[in-house]
Design a protein around this ligand. Structure first.
Ligand SMILES: [Zn+2]
Length: 336
């Protein structure tokens, strides 16, 4: 069973297996949920199952000519579309109208080698308006023998008309056991058990996060942030300005700093509410978190969380980084 290659996602797998075994396929699916939890992997397995030459109870064999060609992305009835940059220096990648027209042309033909043409469109929210309009026509009048699989980790950025024309399948963050299994089976170096525990706790069920997490390296600046949360007040404005300046100029991306700040505030709130230590994101810093949690009130912690959320929002609109961090910390002081 090739669906077993995909860890977790029992519900999504069940829906797809049922559709395959009853031959009741939708012409378009929308796989949505956080990044790096297996959406693309399952989409490819689905494409294989639809075209496998020797399927095993509604599942792809994984070894036939068709399965191998889909894995190598050279199957003539399998199309994979993702955002591309117009020039190497371009900041953002998009799915543009030319790519959609090209796909529409290919979908106009009957399957060449397989039974069903499958088109996977990854990061579908990156379609620009023109491309999206053109693509809506394909969704309205789907070509025969075709299954479209759209993938997004930002469903809120999609047009309602696009969402309503697809069968939505929700993907969930992976359970800790699955992340643990992946950490222990991939990667060149063997991680020591404490590091594995820590990464599992900090991953939020997302594989890429677990694999790239440099928890040990970020420990010092996370620890600095706990100190800051504990001490910042109108009496210690020096701390506020110093930290904002250092962070705005430092090497860590701001989105990551704010994400870590939210994780720490979440842990403090969690300790304050009597949660168990093994549920903490930053369990390596338990001894530093505890005294700060004792000192702060729950309402102060929640107001600080709100201030970080607002800063995340402001920064998505290109605000000045140092100013945004200073404003956030002023809100921290005010909340006290
Ligand atoms: Zn096969």
């Amino acid at each position: 069973m090739s669906f077993t290659n995909v860890l977790g996602q029992g519900q999504a797998k069940h829906i797809i297996s049922q559709a395959l075994s009853h031959s009741r396929l939708s012409h378009a699916y929308l796989f949505y949920g956080p990044e790096s939890i297996g959406k693309k992997l399952l989409a490819v397995e689905f494409a294989k199952a639809l075209n496998c030459l020797s399927p095993e109870t509604d599942n792809a064999c994984g070894t036939c000519d068709s399965c191998r060609k889909i894995d190598d992305r050279i199957h003539p009835d399998f199309f994979f579309l993702e955002p591309t940059k117009s020039t190497p220096a371009a900041r953002e990648a998009y799915i543009k109208i030319d790519a959609i027209r090209e796909l529409q042309k290919k979908l106009g033909f009957l399957p060449y080698q397989g039974k069903t043409k499958v088109a996977i469109i990854d990061q579908v929210e990156k379609m620009n308006a023109q491309a999206c309009n053109a693509f809506l026509k394909t969704l309205e009048e789907p070509p025969s023998s075709t299954v479209l699989i759209l993938i997004t980790s930002n469903i809120y950025q999609l047009l309602p008309t696009l969402i309503s024309r697809c069968q939505g399948i929700k993907f969930n963050p992976l359970p800790p056991e699955a992340i643990r299994e992946i950490l222990q089976s991939t990667g060149e170096e063997t991680l020591d058990p404490t590091e594995v525990d820590l990464r599992v706790g900090r991953s939020k069920g997302q594989v890429a996060r677990a694999l790239s997490d440099e928890a040990t390296e970020t420990a010092s600046y996370r620890s600095e942030m706990i100190g800051l949360i504990g001490q910042v007040s109108f009496k210690r404005m020096d701390l506020l300005f110093q930290w904002s300046k250092t962070m705005a100029k430092g090497g860590q991306p701001l989105s990551q700093i704010l994400e870590e700040m939210l994780g720490l505030l979440r842990d403090l709130t969690f300790i304050k509410s009597g949660g168990s230590p093994d549920q903490l994101f930053n369990r390596d810093l338990m001894s530093e978190l505890e005294p700060v949690a004792r000192k702060k009130s729950l309402s102060h912690l929640l107001k600080m969380t709100e201030a970080v959320n607002q800063t995340q929002y402001a920064l998505s609109g290109n605000a000045n980084a140092q100013l945004a961090l200073e404003t956030m910390l002023l809100d921290f002081c005010e909340a006290a």
